[in-house]
Design a binder for this molecule. Structure first.
Ligand code: PNS
Length: 165
């Protein structure tokens, strides 16, 4: 049986915490599709094509069984389109759990055949989030410990000319 999982997220942008989860999941599933949510209600720093491209460059070393795709609408529909029986989400701390539980139970109600699996992020990335990295970069801090190299470069470049908030 082929085990297929999707790893959905906003990924604005991908962090080392996300990459760590993708790497762990890539060892567990036969196929892993990283799904980048295109949410028209949100104004991301990186548009959907940029986010997909940055993830593709960041996960290039994980193997051919890992792919990246944009999606809109429901995560469970995206999972089913890819023939996935699993959704992967990362947990950094207990504070992530409540929202993740609600999402997992909602997704189970919507699609009982799709199970959510949680992977613990490496301890060293437990503090990392996309919004924190953007804030640090905005004020000129070093984001290289938090982000895959292509993302750190793109973020620093993107914010170089942007006014500080
Ligand atoms: O990286 P994020 O922002 O924590 O990811 C959240 C995401 C994209 C997984 C979640 O918002 C999502 O699944 N959105 C798609 C809409 C959906 O399926 N909603 C019902 C389940 S919560």
């Amino acid at each position: 049986m082929t085990r297929v999982a999707v790893f959905p997220g906003s990924f604005d942008p991908m962090t080392n915490a996300h990459l760590d989860v993708a790497q762990r999941a890539s060892g567990l599933f036969d196929r892993l599709v990283i799904g980048v949510l295109n949410n028209p209600k949100k104004q991301p720093l990186f548009d959907i094509d940029e986010r997909v491209d940055l993830i593709r460059r960041s996960v290039a070393g994980l193997g051919d069984h890992v792919s990246v795709d944009a999606f809109d609408g429901l995560t469970v529909d995206f999972a089913q389109r890819h023939g996935a029986g699993f959704i992967v989400r990362g947990l950094r701390a207990v504070s992530d759990f409540e929202a993740e539980l609600q999402m997992a139970l909602t997704n189970r109600k919507l699609a009982p055949g799709v199970d959510t699996t949680f992977l613990m992020t490496a301890l060293e990335y437990g503090y990392v989030s996309s919004s924190l990295a953007k804030e640090v970069a905005r004020f000129g801090g070093d984001v290289t410990p938090m982000l895959p190299p292509p993302v750190a470069e793109a973020l620093t470049e993107r914010l170089r000319t942007e006014p500080r908030v």
